[in-house]
Each structure stands twice: as structure tokens, then as C-alpha cells.
Design a binder for this molecule. Structure first.
Ligand code: ACO
Length: 401
């Protein structure tokens, strides 16, 4: 069989698969995921080992370029990123134009797209060299956008960080540095954020990644593709779940902490309430990232001396769900975002910034998938449909309708 020919013609037959539950969109050598066994690997390395032994920038390099970097390769990558860690001064004016109440994800998506205007050479990238330039540009500028999105909300000056520290350390400094006072890095917070970013760094063809690939397949340019991915991530069924989980746990706490009541609501098909942070399209077993994050939540809160009653509510809900036939039959387990918000909260990151932090972690994954798609010379993404509308009918003048 000539697979290429078979793929290029429908022969009148179109498969319908709403939500692409069983449709592969590409071949990829980046992330391996076995949802039945709960296995996740980046470029062959297990997520457990990477979370424990690697740092976020190493993982970013691994995802994008396929191999763990040598120290010299990592230093060069970091150096090239640092050289790009300023944004055009006019970006401040754009940020100033947003109301303080704007959702940070909307601001981040707009700013990422706006970067194209200041970096036109990042659009038409065809060679690996041009791709590299666009990649280090966005790896350098994105943390500035993330930090400034938060600083604008908090009325803080839009300052740069400190390039003498690591990538993740610099993100924290840029986010939290107060005027006339240096931000003291806490190794517990640095380590926890590094882990969270690694765990979120890629997850094969999820909604936002597929969006990045499909937008990029029209050769729209890296920043525009990423901006589309950020918008896709925003939704509560995807990355927005981390914000939704925390708001749900807060709501349960304020309502007296009756987890059973909310378990019943989640199972009631006439009630739109869903247990946020539970269930996954691919994992029909424990999300391996959730296991790591749950432990991390215990460690971080313990080490920072934070006592958060919503951690107990989360653990209570998890215990009940794991023993409940509704959740067991449907193989609904906690996903990556069930515990992540509790850690972000302990780090003083506001709830509506949680999905922005997810985007920061997912950035190298999106970049890796975009680069792979372009290097593989994939065709433009263009699904088919089954038309279910009216058959041909004659036009009626407006006075006859
Ligand atoms: N609470 C209650 N019931 C649920 C939940 C939940 N969180 N998730 C799924 N179900 C039920 C559905 O109602 C459905 O029941 P039915 O068979 O009786 O109709 C069954 O489980 C299958 O669910 P689907 O929605 O068909 O599964 P799908 O793969 O389309 O959705 C999703 C996956 C979107 C993640 C879903 O589980 C969900 O909405 N979870 C809550 C939101 C969330 O946590 N999203 C983050 C996902 S991880 C990430 O993107 C980073």
C-alpha cells in the first residue's frame, strides 16, 4: 500500500472522530505516554528521573533538541537566552493599556503575539539556524512577559531580573522583586518551581500543543503559534484546570468542607459541576505527574511552614474518589493540576496566574513540537467534516423572508 497516496486522498471516505479521541495527527519522537500504565517519558527519559535529577533548562534543551545537553551546550543555550532577555520598550505601553482586571492568560497571549511586531525576523524561519534564533528569543523574552503580567496586576514597576542567576531563579526574582529591595531566593521555592515546570514541559498532542502545531503548519511563525497555544491552554478543561481546582477547593472550604456533598454533585449528570483536577483524556490510571506533585506539595508546605486547610480537603476528595464506583468505573484519577495550585499558592502566586505558570513550563514543549513539525515538513493541518446542513435552496429577497 502506498501510505502517502492513501493519506492524500479521501476516496470519498471521511472518518469522524469528535475530540480526536482516536486520531493521530502526526508522528513524534518527543514524548512517550502510556495512559493505561501511567508512564510518561521525555525523549526516552522517565518523568520521575527528570523531575528528580535534571533542571528545567536541561529538560527544555532535551525536549527541543532531542538530547540532554553537555555543560558546554547548556551554558551556550543559557547564554543565548540571556542575550535575548529584554523586550522592546513599547511592550510596556501595551501592558499599560490593559485594565488591571484583565485575566493574565489573555494578557500573555496578546503580548506573545505582539512580540512578532518587534521581531519580524522570527516569522519566516525555514533554516535550523533561523529556528534557533527564534527559539532563544522567545525563551528569553517569555519569562519577562510572565513576570510583567504579574507585576502589572500588583502595581509593581516593570523591572528586569538578574541574569547572573539560573533561568528559574531569574523568573522568581523578576516576579517578586520589590522596589529598592532584592528578592531573597529560597532554595525550597526554586526547587519546587523547577519541578513543576519540568512536569508541565510537554505532554504530546494535547489541546494547546495540537493548536501550536496546527497554527504553525500554516507557517504563521513561532510567536503567533505559541500565542494560539496559550489561548487553548487557558480553558478550564485544559490548563485552566489549575485555577479551577483551587477555586473549587476554596468553595468547598467556605461551604463547610463537606466533600461528600461535592462528590455527589460531580456524579449527578443533571449538575454541570465536575471534580476539577480529575480525569484525563489519555490517563486511565494515575497521572504520574500527579504522584510527584502530591509529594512535592507535602514537602513544600512542610518546608515553608505553611498550613493550608485546602490541602486536607484535596486529600479527602482524592481518597473518596479512589474508593467511589463512579470514579473507579470511569478510571478518573487526579491529574497534574489537582495539587499544583496548592504549591503555587504556598509560593504566593495569585490564583489567576496559575495557568500562566503552566504556560511557562509548557513553553519548551510547544517549541519542540513546532520545531519537529517544521523540520518534518508536515503539510498544513486541515481536518475534513461531514456536512449536515441544508441542501441547495434558492435565495429569498429580504422582503420575502
Ligand atoms: N468529574 C466528574 N465526572 C467526570 C470528570 C470529572 N472531573 N471527568 C470525566 N467525567 C465523566 C464524564 O462525565 C463521563 O461520564 P459518562 O461516561 O457517564 O458520560 C466520563 O467521565 C468520561 O468523561 P469525558 O468528558 O468523556 O472524557 P474526556 O476525555 O472527553 O475529558 C477531561 C477529559 C476534559 C480532562 C475531563 O476528565 C474533565 O473535564 N476533567 C476536569 C477538568 C480537568 O481537570 N482538566 C485538566 C486535564 S489535565 C490538563 O489538561 C493539563
Amino acid at each position: 500500500i502506498d501510505i502517502k497516496k492513501l493519506r492524500s486522498t479521501t476516496n470519498g471516505v471521511v472518518t469522524i472522530d469528535p475530540g480526536y479521541k482516536n486520531t493521530g495527527s502526526c508522528e513524534s519522537a518527543i514524548t512517550f505516554l502510556d495512559g493505561e500504565k501511567g508512564i510518561l517519558r521525555y525523549r526516552g527519559y522517565s518523568i520521575e528521573e527528570l523531575a528528580e535529577k535534571a533542571n528545567f533548562l536541561e529538560v527544555a534543551y532535551l525536549l527541543i533538541f532531542g538530547e540532554l545537553p553537555t555543560q558546554a551546550q547548556l551554558d551556550k543555550f543559557h547564554g543565548d537566552i540571556k542575550a535575548q532577555s529584554v523586550v522592546d520598550e513599547d511592550v510596556r505601553k501595551i501592558i499599560d493599556a490593559f485594565p488591571k482586571s484583565a485575566h493574565p492568560m489573555g494578557v500573555l497571549a496578546s503580548l506573545t503575539s505582539a512580540l512578532t511586531a518587534f521581531n519580524p525576523s522570527s516569522v519566516n524561519v525555514n533554516s535550523e539556524e533561523d529556528m534557533y534564533k527564534a527559539i532563544v528569543k522567545i525563551m528569553g523574552k517569555f519569562p519577562v512577559l510572565v513576570a510583567w503580567t504579574l507585576r502589572k496586576k500588583q502595581g509593581l514597576p516593570l523591572d528586569y531580573g538578574d541574569n547572573s542567576v539560573g533561568y528559574v531563579e531569574n523568573v522568581l526574582k523578576m516576579m517578586f522583586k520589590q522596589p529598592n529591595c532584592d528578592y531573597k531566593l529560597d532554595p525550597v521555592v526554586v526547587d519546587a518551581l523547577d519541578k513543576l515546570l519540568i512536569l508541565h514541559a510537554d505532554h504530546e498532542q494535547n489541546c494547546s500543543t495540537s493548536t501550536v502545531r496546527i497554527v504553525g503548519s500554516s507557517h504563521a511563525g513561532l510567536f503567533a503559534s505559541l500565542s494560539a497555544g496559550i489561548s487553548a491552554l487557558w480553558g478550564p478543561l485544559h490548563g485552566g484546570a489549575n485555577q479551577a481546582v483551587l477555586e473549587m477547593l476554596e468553595g468547598i472550604k467556605e461551604d463547610g468542607g463537606d466533600t461528600k456533598k461535592y462528590m455527589a454533585k460531580a456524579k449527578d449528570k443533571d449538575d454541570p459541576f465536575r471534580l476539577m483536577g480529575f480525569g484525563h483524556r489519555v490517563y486511565k490510571n494515575f497521572d504520574p505527574r500527579a504522584k510527584i506533585i502530591k509529594k512535592s506539595a507535602d514537602d513544600v508546605l512542610g518546608n515553608l511552614g505553611v498550613q493550608d486547610p485546602i490541602l486536607d480537603i484535596a486529600k479527602g476528595l482524592e481518597k473518596e474518589a479512589l474508593e467511589d464506583a463512579y470514579f473507579v468505573d470511569r478510571k478518573l484519577y487526579p491529574n497534574v493540576d489537582f495539587y499544583s495550585g496548592i504549591i503555587y499558592r504556598a509560593m504566593n502566586i495569585p490564583t489567576d496566574m496559575f495557568t500562566v505558570m503552566f504556560a511557562l513550563g509548557r513553553l519548551p514543549g510547544w517549541i519542540a513540537q513546532w520545531r519537529e513539525m517544521r523540520l518534518n515538513k508536515e503539510p498544513i493541518g486541515r481536518p475534513r467534516q461531514i456536512y449536515t446542513g441544508a441542501t441547495h435552496r434558492p435565495f429569498k429577497a429580504i422582503d420575502q423572508r
